[in-house]
Design a protein around this ligand. Structure first.
Ligand code: CU
Length: 160
């Protein structure tokens, strides 16, 4: 009986973890496509509430700042709201709506190192969990999904 409850708890934890994803972005001056690089890269990515965005860069070569919509458009990085300077920078998307990120190193933003994401409220229904395979595996890492598979395997081991 205790084992059954344990398995049930594991499955509940596993299914709730599967809702949040980690999106790893290589953070650099794009070598192609300029300011369209990041929007093209993430065109098929859905950002849900509480997902984590990981900017992958070496400390000192870039940084991550948050901007207003207008400042993002103009690359006015002096008006930054927040600054993150240690790579990799992990940002939890803990509100819905638009986020605007850029690098504040001289000229990096105007050369295309800028990224906006639109965060959707994630569905609480397990049936609505996305069944779509990642479109660009190299740029994405879903730790939560891996972890939940691991928990499933543990649960199966307890069963048999
Ligand atoms: Cu930069």
């Amino acid at each position: 009986m205790a084992t059954n409850i344990g398995i049930l708890l594991l499955l509940i934890v596993a299914s709730s973890l599967a809702q949040a994803a980690q999106h790893v972005v290589p953070w650099m001056i794009p070598t192609t496509q300029g300011s369209s690089f990041y929007s093209n890269l993430l065109a098929k990515t859905t950002f849900n509430l509480n997902d984590i965005l990981v900017f992958n860069y070496t400390t000192g070569t870039h940084n991550v700042v948050t901007l207003s919509k207008d400042d993002f458009k103009d690359c006015s990085v002096k008006n930054k709201m927040e600054t993150f300077e240690v790579g990799p920078t992990m940002i939890k998307l803990n509100r819905t709506g638009e986020y605007y990120f850029a690098c504040a190193f001289p000229a990096h933003c105007s050369l295309g190192q800028k990224l906006s994401v639109n965060v959707m409220a994630s569905s609480s229904s397990p049936e609505a969990a996305p069944a779509v395979a990642p479109s660009s595996p190299a740029s994405r890492l879903s730790v939560a999904a891996t972890f939940s598979v691991l928990l499933m395997l543990i649960a199966i081991n307890i069963l048999f």
